[in-house]
Design a protein around this ligand. Sequence first.
Ligand SMILES: Cc1ncc(COP(=O)(O)O)c(C=O)c1O
Ligand SMILES: N[C@@H](CCOP(=O)(O)O)C(=O)O
Length: 409
Amino acid sequence: MEALKQFDGHYWKSLFDSRVGKTNWPYGSGVWSKKEWVLPEIDGDDIVSAFEGNSNLFWAERFGKQFLGMSDLWVKHCGISHTGSFKDLGMTVLVSQVNRLRKMKRPVVGVGCASTGDTSAALSAYCASAGIPSIVFLPADKISMAQLVQPIANGAFVLSIDTDFDGCMQLIREVTAELPIYLANSLNSLRLEGQKTAAIEILQQFDWEVPDWIIVPGGNLGNIYAFYKGFKMCHELGLVDKMPRLVCAQAANANPLYVHYKSGWKDFQPVKANTTFASAIQIGDPVSIDRAVFALQNCNGIVEEATEEELMDAMAQADSTGMFICPHTGVALTALIKLRNSGVIGPNDRTVVVSTAHGLKFTQSKVDYHSKNIPDMSCKFANPPVQVKADFGAVMDVLKGYLNKTPKV
Ligand SMILES: Cc1ncc(COP(=O)(O)O)c(C=O)c1O
Ligand SMILES: N[C@@H](CCOP(=O)(O)O)C(=O)O
């Protein structure tokens, strides 16, 4: 920070703004356009990038107005990305550094992670691009088919292990302590250095105006800290004059941070994470718990939770306004709905919900919901297809019934 403080906020803003939308290597990446703040000393030739970042910040006008009476609601689509999640932002930094270490002949035989599906997809893609072996530990039968096929296709060594994510995490930590395999989970701060650029990007996209609220779904809890760090740096280095308030949203079935928050931050206890449609955050013993607590305590942050029904309904409502979000973003939207209904978030507060993965990775959950195929869930926003005979009269009857119910313009 001392070195960066040699330049003022105006300098950094115009430097970062000058790089947006260009193809210059590596600055065309949303992460590497902030290289001086991420990993300054790395040589451009060592960087492994898919020009990640620069994701769209979408004005959720209809969702905000129709469901929440809000005028200034935005969704940061970090999941519209190379491997379909925000993990690309951190993985480009970590794999670039490993690439550099290997060129320096350091003994790194490969890179490994435990994963609920998105970290493994990003790791295997970036490693494949650089010709570095990747090893991924996945909890058997607990990730989506779309996520599972990503490391397989990218040539990773995939271990499907009969445990949950927390079990995989413990195993990879033990294995990487014994073997020269570089650990790629977010306890490695290189990941967070990349992920923090999403916060800087949001400020940049608002012309360096600070939103009131940022809502982030949390699992292993690296990302909530990364957002805090990105905003904090912009504040301390004079690019903006205040911090937003952060909200971390968890699935009620995997809510150790929520329980800790509700206890007044007394004694943290890991939980046994139960099955959730937000499967990528089915984590009971998050590795970045201390960082997350630090971040939330220092920005007057809030933790919320979402039941399965709440998160699936929120996802369906968002999709009905033209989005196609993942269940984790449904968790974040539920937090928004609760905070808006209780008046904590005001109708005109500028609010950004961070969407963390592409909805196409989680289509089975949408199929189950719209087929009303979920035990004990009413699926009240389901929109199942109508079965109809191949007959003009039958089709017309069905269409007339539909058009009669459709609001007139
Ligand atoms: C899609 C998705 N959303 C949210 C998260 C939560 O991020 P973090 O683990 O950094 O809290 C993860 C991974 O854990 C994820 O894959
Ligand atoms: N959701 C993550 C869980 C691991 O998180 P990490 O950020 O510590 O790698 C995943 O997709 O694996």
